[in-house]
Design a binder for this molecule. Structure first.
Ligand code: DNO
Length: 363
């Protein structure tokens, strides 16, 4: 297992590479390439400059997140072929600089969504990302977008890039003719277009689950449970067509058994990487907050999650995800330093214990 950390790039993150390097057991980044509009090519020079900079800080950069898929691809518009060609170009350029896994998602319009970015946790006075379907019911998509932009401490949140949201209403309208089957069809067209390039250059695509793990605003969403991902991996059967198994996104849906899902896809060799975090439901299946990583603070059993990784995909990449804001830190909601660093130490502790336990069994 390689422990990594999400980082947004110089001047775009409150956390420095030096700080990340000093977290025990840190191998490198799940870097982010969301500065450009979805659909634009990341040139070789741009990829190289980013990765060289990370290497200079003593960190690896084998995973890149949020190489965003243009809406025209998800909608199946005729312009998609050009965007798919651009995507292949970015894959090639990233492969040339040593990237092995690319995390993306196929969620229509919006990436992850919360109704509050800083809900105070009464027990300890920290705050964290929070979702309440009842609150969402009273808000329009535009209100959610405005709220999210206003409350993100001046940072752009992943999936909430301004240019992507500018045309929100128009795009929402266009999705009225796309149901789940149509979205799967468009997904297959995308995968058929990019996976051969991935196979050629040795890059694995890792699809991030819908977050929260069910359809919202009447938009079709297709990757939030084992059945959806089973269908996705079959759309184009290849070791390069994998999932980014985000325990918190899948865990938002109480029907998902996370360790079992890890085992299922781990055994099939279809996990490209994992985001490991915890969620706590609050009196309703559709109301939750993001808790600390500790099993006792949330609904997910982190020991069972790490054990499933150990048993079925021990060489994968993982990272902590969405920390709380603690110790008065100010940063991008979910992406401060302190709580994610605590998460790393905890996950590394579980890993060490599992490795020793298993070694003792074999001795
Ligand atoms: C949320 C992140 C996601 C993820 C994208 C990948 O915090 O985990 O934004 O990176 O869905 O495209």
């Amino acid at each position: 297992m390689k422990m990594t950390f999400r980082w947004y790039g110089e001047g775009r993150d409150s956390v420095t590479l030096k700080q990340i390097r000093q977290i025990p057991g840190m191998s490198g980044l799940m870097g982010v390439l969301d500065e450009k509009a979805a659909g634009d090519v990341w040139t070789y020079e741009e990829c190289k400059a980013y990765v060289d900079h990370v290497h200079e800080a003593g960190l690896e950069c084998e995973v890149i997140e949020s190489v965003n898929v243009h809406e025209d691809i998800k909608l199946g518009l005729p312009t998609r072929d050009q965007y798919i060609a651009n995507y292949c170009e970015s894959i090639r350029n990233l492969a040339k600089v040593g990237v092995k896994v690319i995390v993306y998602n196929f969620m229509p319009v919006l990436d992850w969504l919360r109704t509050d970015l800083a809900r105070v946790i009464p027990e300890d006075g920290s705050n964290s990302l929070y979702y309440d379907e009842e609150e969402l019911g009273n808000m329009t998509p535009m209100e959610i977008v405005e709220n999210t932009a206003k409350n993100s401490n001046g940072f752009t949140l992943p999936g909430w890039e301004p240019e992507r949201l500018a045309e929100l209403e128009h795009t929402l309208e266009m999705y009225k003719s796309v149901d789940e089957d149509k979205l799967f069809e468009n997904f297959k067209y995308f995968l058929d277009g990019i996976i051969p390039t991935c196979e050629e250059v040795g890059v694995r695509m890792a699809c991030h689950p819908d977050d929260p793990g069910w359809p919202i605003f009447g938009l079709p969403r297709i990757t939030h449970d084992q059945a959806g991902f089973d269908r996705m991996v079959q759309l184009h059967d290849s070791p390069c067509n994998t999932l980014c198994l985000c325990t918190g996104s899948l865990g938002s849906n109480v029907n998902n058994d996370i360790p079992a899902i890890i085992r299922h896809f781990g055994e099939m060799d279809r996990i490209g990487c994992l985001h490991v975090r915890n969620v706590k439901h609050l009196g309703s299946d559709r109301r939750f907050r993001e808790s600390s990583h500790l099993s006792a603070d949330g609904d997910l059993d982190m020991y069972e999650i790490m054990k499933a990784i150990y048993d079925t995909c021990p060489d994968t990449y993982i990272r902590p995800d969405h920390g709380r804001m603690i110790w008065d830190e100010v940063g991008r909601p979910g992406y401060g330093l302190y709580d994610r660093a605590l998460g790393v130490c905890y996950l590394n502790g579980l890993w060490e214990a599992i490795c020793k336990e298993e070694a003792a069994k074999k001795a």
